[in-house]
Design a protein around this ligand. Structure first.
Ligand code: ADP
Length: 218
C-alpha cells in the first residue's frame, strides 16, 4: 500500500482512534490539538504531533497542512471551530477534508463549505449496532444505497457440506452470492458446484430485508 500523509485535527477519542489506526497501518500521521496534554498523550502513536489552534490560518500554513493527502477534522463539541477549520483547509486547497458532524445542521454547513466526507459517528454506530442485532450472522457490510447492501455473512451451519446449486440461495432468499471466504482464501464468482463448508463466509448482495432474513437463519 502506498504511504499517504494524513493530518488529524482534534485528538479526542474519535480523532485519536483514527490517528492510531492509520499509524499502525504504516501511514504518516500528524496529530494536531490546541490542548497540550492531548498532544502529549498521542505522541507515541503518531509520526508527528503539534500543539496548534486550527482556526488560525498561519498555524495551519506553517504546519504545511495544505500538502497532506487527507485532513480529518475531529473537533468535538466546538461547532464554530470545526466549521472554521474546514473552511480554512478548503481555502488552502487541501484535496480531501473529512469532518465529524455533531448533527444534521452541522453536517449541512460542512457540506456547503466543501467537506468531502462528513461523518456522523453516533448515528452511524447506532445504525451498525441495530443492523447487527437484526442480522446476528452478519460480520460486515457495505451500504450500496438506502435499500441494497453487500454483506459478509457467516453460513448457517445447516448449509455446510452442500454446494450452491443444492442450496439455491438466489431463488429461495432473493440474494446473490458474489464470493466465498474459505479458510482465508477468497473465491470470487463461485461456480454452482462450489461446496460451502462450516466456518465459511458468504459475500452476498441483495436488499436489506432479504439479507436480514438470510442472516438470521439459525
Ligand atoms: P471526542 O468526542 O472525540 O472525545 P472531544 O470534544 O473530547 O471529542 O475532542 C475534541 C478535541 O478537539 C479536543 O482535544 C480539543 O482540544 C480539540 N480542539 C477543539 N478545538 C480545536 C482547535 N481550534 N484546534 C485544535 N484542536 C481543537
Amino acid at each position: 500500500m502506498a504511504i499517504k500523509q494524513y493530518a488529524v485535527i482534534g485528538l479526542g477519542r474519535f480523532g485519536t482512534s483514527i490517528a492510531r489506526r492509520l499509524n499502525e497501518a504504516g501511514q504518516e500521521v500528524l496529530g494536531i490539538d490546541v490542548n497540550e496534554e492531548r498532544v502529549e498523550d498521542v505522541e507515541l502513536y503518531v509520526t508527528h504531533a503539534a500543539v496548534a489552534d486550527s482556526t488560525d490560518e498561519k498555524a495551519l500554513t506553517s504546519l504545511g497542512v495544505r500538502n497532506f493527502d487527507c485532513v480529518i477534522v475531529a473537533i468535538g463539541n466546538d461547532m464554530q471551530a470545526s466549521i472554521l477549520t474546514v473552511m480554512l483547509l478548503k481555502d488552502l486547497g487541501v484535496k480531501k477534508v473529512i469532518a465529524k458532524a455533531l448533527g444534521k445542521r452541522h453536517g449541512k454547513v460542512l457540506d456547503r463549505i466543501g467537506a468531502d466526507w462528513i461523518i456522523y459517528p453516533e448515528r452511524d454506530m447506532g445504525e451498525r449496532v441495530a443492523n447487527q442485532l437484526l442480522s446476528p450472522n452478519m460480520l460486515n457490510y457495505i451500504e450500496l444505497s438506502k435499500e441494497y447492501n453487500i454483506e459478509e455473512i457467516m453460513i448457517p451451519s445447516k448449509m455446510a457440506g452442500k454446494n450452491l446449486r443444492e442450496l439455491d440461495i438466489r431463488a429461495k432468499y432473493n440474494i446473490s452470492v458474489i464470493a466465498i471466504v474459505s479458510e482465508g482464501d477468497i473465491i470470487i464468482s463461485p461456480s454452482p458446484e462450489q461446496t460451502i463448508h462450516e466456518g465459511d463466509l458468504l459475500v452476498v448482495i441483495g436488499s436489506r430485508d432479504d439479507l436480514a432474513n438470510f442472516s438470521s437463519i439459525e
